[in-house]
Design a binder for this molecule. Structure first.
Ligand code: GAR
Length: 193
């Protein structure tokens, strides 16, 4: 069997980092075709930074308030991604809208996970909006990122039923379980090419 090098992932987070941790756990499988080379957060207090550091993964905070312009902030992040030689850039709860320049730079290798069945419910509070609309099902989407928020080509989705008793919290907890499985699977599929 030919031993192909594992693809390098840069993961951008803003907080808890449970998707990043699920990907990290997947990379511990012997035949998983990718590894994390860098975790970046726009929030120095993001819990996910500690998770990454405890796993001996380089983890850096780039806070917007430390840069005069959005352009300089993004340039610093791009510089870190390029220095780490990342093959795939994964947004995993990164709650900042990226410029068209950024999304163009990583076109085709920049992906995001979003907690809804896109194109439904772009943006925030997706779980409550799905409940309020009386939807029977909800879920998550992994998609390529382009300059339109939550608007890039859909790669894969996972669905969960909405129960009569669901609150935004109970529904988001069930969707999150699917997010963790879906993101690792999509990354593995992309990394094989
Ligand atoms: C996840 O549910 C992710 O889908 C969502 O933020 C959460 C981050 O959780 N992302 C978005 O809403 C982006 N539009 P995590 O930090 O535990 O992975």
């Amino acid at each position: 069997m030919v031993n192909t090098p594992r693809k390098k992932l840069a993961i951008l987070i803003s907080g808890r980092g449970s998707n990043m941790e699920a990907i990290l756990n997947s990379t511990r499988q012997a035949y998983y075709p990718a590894e994390i080379c860098l975790v970046i957060s726009d929030n120095k207090d993001a819990a996910g930074l500690d998770t990454a550091r405890n796993a001996n993964i380089k983890a850096s905070a780039f806070q917007r308030c430390d840069y005069e312009t959005r352009l300089e902030h993004e340039a610093a992040i791009m510089n870190a991604i390029n220095s780490a030689c990342a093959d795939i850039v994964c947004l995993a709860g990164y709650m900042r809208i990226l410029s068209a320049d950024f999304t163009k730079t990583y076109e085709g290798k920049l992906i995001n996970i979003h907690p809804s069945l896109l194109p439904k419910y772009k943006g925030l509070e997706t779980h409550q909006r799905a409940i309020d609309a009386g939807d029977k099902e909800h879920g998550c989407t992994v998609h390529f990122v382009n300059s339109e928020m939550d608007g890039g080509e859909i790669i894969a989705q996972a669905k969960v039923p909405i129960l009569k008793t669901d609150t935004a919290d109970t529904l988001s907890a069930r969707v999150l379980v699917e997010e963790h499985k879906l993101y690792s699977k999509v990354i593995a599929d992309l990394a094989k090419f």
